[in-house]
Design a protein around this ligand. Sequence first.
Ligand code: SF4
Ligand code: SF4
Length: 230
Amino acid sequence: MIISEQKPLPEIVESLEGEQRIFILGCKGCAEACHTGGETEVLEMKGKLEEEGKKIVGYAIADFLCDKALVKFSLKAHEKEIIDADSILVMTCGIGVQATAKVVDKIIHPACNTINVGGARGEWRGEERCFECGECLLDYTGGICPLTACTKSLINGPCGGAKNGMCEFEPETRDCGWHLIYEKLKKLGQLDKMSIIISPKDNSKMRPPADMRKTILWALEREGEEVATK
Ligand code: SF4
Ligand code: SF4
C-alpha cells in the first residue's frame, strides 16, 4: 500500500490562494485505505474548504489515481466541472498526483504527503516515481516530482548542465527534469512558481515513521524485499 497522510489544512488553503473554484479528486485505492483521500475524506475536505469560502464545483473518486487510464476515465464524466474549475485538489499519493497532472492541463494541488510506497501498490505500473519524501512539493512544480525527475533530485531549479532540454548525465535519452517542470509551469501560466525558494528538506521524513516499522505489514513488506533480492 502506498501510504500517505494529509497535509495540514492551513497549508492546503494557502496553496489554493487566489483560486475560488475547486474540483476535488479522491482515490478508492491506497488513499481510501489510509483515510486520506477516500469518499469520506473528500466530503470532509469539501466541507472544510466551503467554510474557507471556496466553491467546490465538483468532486470525483477514481478507482486508482496511480493509473492514468483510470484517471482519464474518471475525469471524462466531469469534463464541464473541470473546465469550470480554477484548479484540482488531488487527495492521494505523489504517484496519483503526478498521474493526474499528466492527463489534464489544469493547476493541480497535492493534498497529501507520501510517506511510504512499500507493499502492494494499487494499480501503479506507470512511469511516475515518488521517493516518499514526506513533504510533497508537487504544488510548486506543475505536478512533476523534482526528486525523481531530476537526476540530482534538485528542488530549486536546474543544475546548469542541461543541453537542449536533456539531462547532462544521459543527454541522448533523459529529459532534464527541470526543463519539463519549466515547460509545464509555462503552459499553466505559473512561471512565478519558479522564483519560490523551497527550504531544505527534512530528510528524516523520508524514513518511514517508527510506528509503521513496528507493524506486521511492515515486517511482511521487508520479508518480501529479502525474498526478492535472493
Ligand atoms: S515531492 Fe516527489 S518524492 Fe516527495 S511526496 Fe511528492 S511525489 Fe513523492
Ligand atoms: S541536467 Fe536537469 S535533470 Fe539533469 S541533473 Fe541537471 S537539473 Fe537535474
